[in-house]
Design a protein around this ligand. Structure first.
Ligand SMILES: NC(=O)c1ccc[n+]([C@@H]2O[C@H](COP(=O)([O-])OP(=O)(O)OC[C@H]3O[C@@H](n4cnc5c(N)ncnc54)[C@H](OP(=O)(O)O)[C@@H]3O)[C@@H](O)[C@H]2O)c1
Length: 329
């Protein structure tokens, strides 16, 4: 059936400026790392995308290597665009990335100009797009001078293949070097995509300070620690979960009794706040000024619908924060 977006799709979402820029991101964005590969029925990916857009989620995040197999998430999303979403192209923020191994040989990985530009062109083709809204370098590369990687991102922006540039997984020092290199050639780095959640707080040490100093926005990926910050592992590991074998990126051993215990204690606080644990975990991530959006994943729209409800209660009082801190220690 032909898709027509809900007229009231913007009513219940919050849009937040990404760093010091004019670009606003939805408080929750949808990541296509899982659920868009060849193992997932197209109808599932389509429903998740379209209902998310109907809920005001305007930002969709992909990478060249998402699938499996690599490239298939972009192909799936490209089909959804072609079948349904292209009339809404100007209402969408679509991001992709290059930085992990994508093809054989020395030019299909890391941070050279050769790889980044070729990969971006391939990604545009798979998605059937003329440009990405954001294009990221996916991870730092110690063997390529940062000036070369930045030059490749600038090339994409100058040619209109990307409207904004971003970096991901760079630590504070690498980020500073990248931002200085970008400043030197007049490229604005809009955004940093960082692994950040209640269970992964590395960014708090230095990175957020650097982003604040340079006016760069953060988007927090895996904000639910791949589902561990929900109630799904309270009674063991369900077979149809990420840790249960849906993906090899979350080993069942990673879901330790200590983490489950912490999640259960956090769940009690969430209940008092009138939220589910996943909603509270997302609200907690957003308490950092530089975080413009949480980049969540979902295996179905029900999860995304629940997650998006987190914006109903974003405030924490000092007592709640102290209690959460004591659990996370
Ligand atoms: N830049 C990078 O290097 C990088 C790395 C990783 C991810 N990312 C980006 O970040 C996005 C999100 O990452 P992520 O998928 O790890 O995020 P996440 O939000 O921490 O985890 C999502 C997973 O948690 C489970 N889940 C979500 N909502 C739930 C709910 N309400 N109740 C119970 N379970 C729930 C689902 O897994 P199951 O139902 O299958 O258990 C879902 O697929 C990715 O799609 C990608 O775009 C970027």
């Amino acid at each position: 059936m032909m898709y027509k977006a809900k007229p009231e799709r913007y009513a219940d979402m919050k849009y937040i400026s990404c760093g010091k820029s004019g670009l606003k991101l939805p408080a929750v964005s949808l990541g296509l790392w899982h659920t868009y590969g060849e193992a997932t029925p197209y109808a599932t990916a389509r429903e998740l995308t379209l209902r998310s857009f109907d809920a005001g989620i305007t930002h969709f995040d992909i990478a060249n290597n998402y699938g499996p197999p690599p490239g298939s998430a972009e192909t799936t999303f490209g089909k959804i665009l072609k079948d349904d979403l292209m009339p809404y192209r100007d209402e969408l923020i679509i991001a992709s990335k290059a930085g992990y191994r994508m093809w054989d040989g020395p030019y299909g990985d890391m941070g050279s100009r050769k790889y980044i530009i070729a990969s971006a062109d391939q990604s545009l083709k798979r998605c059937g797009l003329e440009y990405f809204d954001i294009f990221y370098h996916h991870r730092p590369d110690s063997q390529t001078p940062i000036e070369e990687t930045i030059d490749a991102l600038k090339h994409l922006v100058d040619r209109g293949k990307a409207l904004y540039a971003g970096i991901s997984n760079y630590n504070a020092e690498q980020t500073k070097a990248a931002l200085e290199a970008a400043k030197a050639v007049g490229l604005k780095i809009l955004i940093h995509q960082v692994n950040y959640s209640m269970f992964n707080r590395g960014a708090e040490a230095d990175l957020f300070r650097v982003l604040d100093e340079y006016g760069v926005g953060a988007i927090a990926y895996s904000p639910l620690a791949q589902g561990q910050l929900s109630d799904k592992y309270f009674n063991g590991i369900p077979v149809n979960s990420r840790a249960g074998g849906v993906s090899h990126f979350l080993n069942p051993d990673a879901v330790t009794p200590e983490k489950v215990e912490k999640a259960k204690k956090l769940n009690v606080i969430a209940g008092r706040r009138g939220q589910t644990l996943s909603q509270m975990a997302l609200a907690w991530v957003m308490r950092n000024n530089c975080v413009a959006s949480v980049l969540a994943g979902a295996s179905n729209f029900g999860q995304m619908d629940e997650n998006a409800g987190f914006i109903q209660n974003l405030e924490f009082d000092a007592g709640e924060l102290a209690e959460i801190e004591a659990i996370l220690l």
